[in-house]
Design a protein around this ligand. Sequence first.
Ligand code: NAD
Length: 508
Amino acid sequence: MTTLALPATEDLRARARACLDRIGATVPEGDDLYARTPITGEDLFGLKGSGTSETEAAVAAAHETFLAWRSTPAPRRGQVVRRFGELVREHHDDLAELITLEVGKIEAEAYGEVQEMIDIADYAVGLSRQLYGRVIASERAEHRMVESWHPLGVVGIISAFNFPAAVWSWNTTVALVCGDTVVWKPSEQASLIALACDHLLARAAEESGAPAGIHHLLLGGRETGETLVDDPRVALVSATGSVPMGRAVGARVAARFGRSLLELGGNNAAVIAPSADLELALPAVLFAAAGTAGQRCTSLRRLIVHRDVVDVLLPRLTAAFERLPVGDPFDKDTLVGPLISRAPLERMREAIARVTDDGGKLLVGGDRVETTAGSAAYVRPAVVRIDAHSPVVREETFAPLLYVLTYDTLDEAIALQNDVPQGLSASIFTRDQQEAEIFLSAVGADTGLVNVNLGTSGAEVGGAFGGEKETGGGRACGSDAWHAYMRRSTSVVNYSGEVALAQNISFS
Ligand code: NAD
């Protein structure tokens, strides 16, 4: 087997520096944390982190700015997001290159992530003219009951490494038009991208006449996040990451009666029904399972295949997995880039060992790719055939590892899909409309995202994004997800000139 030749870290460092220079962002050098590239697994820059006093100062400034920003008309608030969207378009290539450099996404996916930032900015600009309430019929004569939405306060954003820019954009663009201000604690594995995004937003604020204090960036890990989470001036904590992180953050925010929006881990399944169009299902399964090296919250982890088609599907699936080009994410032929670090590689190996101990069979992949950089973690995406009730199937292993389970009846397939603690995304491949409708119905998949004839990953910003159960219950992006970033008031106006109590109560 040949050794994968990787670029020199020095060259990657120079590329990162050039991207940041073109964007205009500066790197606060220090030794509190390190910006690393998973392409070689080596450090690019040492960074100065945000300690407790910087975090408190950022929240104080964001709160101060909020007191004025909340009264700025929403369509004017939208102007800062409009300008931000223009700047992202201008720096599409630079941002995508940084994403590839710092989290290892192949170029096409990195470019797509930046497109998602543009899409949500467009959405939020439109939303800035559509923040509406309702008029509700009052039971009292000559009374008007209305529901209004008002800015909420400071929104604390904690984000994961795998969507280092898009998830922040989902939250920030919507929060800003809703009249909130933002303090962002990105993943410690994606600080450079955060510096670039923060700089572009600061420029947009300056050029559109918005106050600089609408957005603050904190660099650091868990401890910085905890300081942010515990601050009572942070009205909403929107946290994206693993279930253990969400469990800790959710409890801390709840203890101070704050609000949280949790976007946590998934354990997503696709059902392949007997009538499925395999020409459609195969590429969709391949992208959902191996795309982003299996490091999407919506990555396909479980393939639930009808017993009648499993012997037709599996040879084609494993052959396709075998051919997947793993390598340097800047190489145009690569479809699977590196894992973010060695840790998920170890977890993937452990999961495969547990599966085989449990009587499952590794059909393809799972082996580490030898490279010229010792610290990098490249792995061949794996397919494992396993008993449907094996305990390892219930866990999210954040790596390209696909479990294949079999079923006989649709009820059984739905039960298997739902028999995991997480509830993010599910899909079914079928040409049977009745089956599709059942899968989408109240007795079907219990996830926040449910698809028919497409994979589990790759959501559009127009819909509400998020999941149930241990995925946390939060919703971001489109539809009415903006409600999470505002507070609701219900008001009744009496224009009858008389006292009229609700429920006909007489008090005279
Ligand atoms: P992670 O949980 O390790 O870290 C996420 C963020 O939380 C980081 O910024 C980290 O510094 C911070 N953090 C960790 N512990 C904290 C604490 N106790 N208090 C405050 N902040 C804390 O996750 P990761 O490895 O960066 O990302 C992968 C995970 O994220 C996967 O489980 C994936 O499914 C999930 N994810 C979910 C979604 C979604 O929308 N549902 C999107 C992307 C990623």
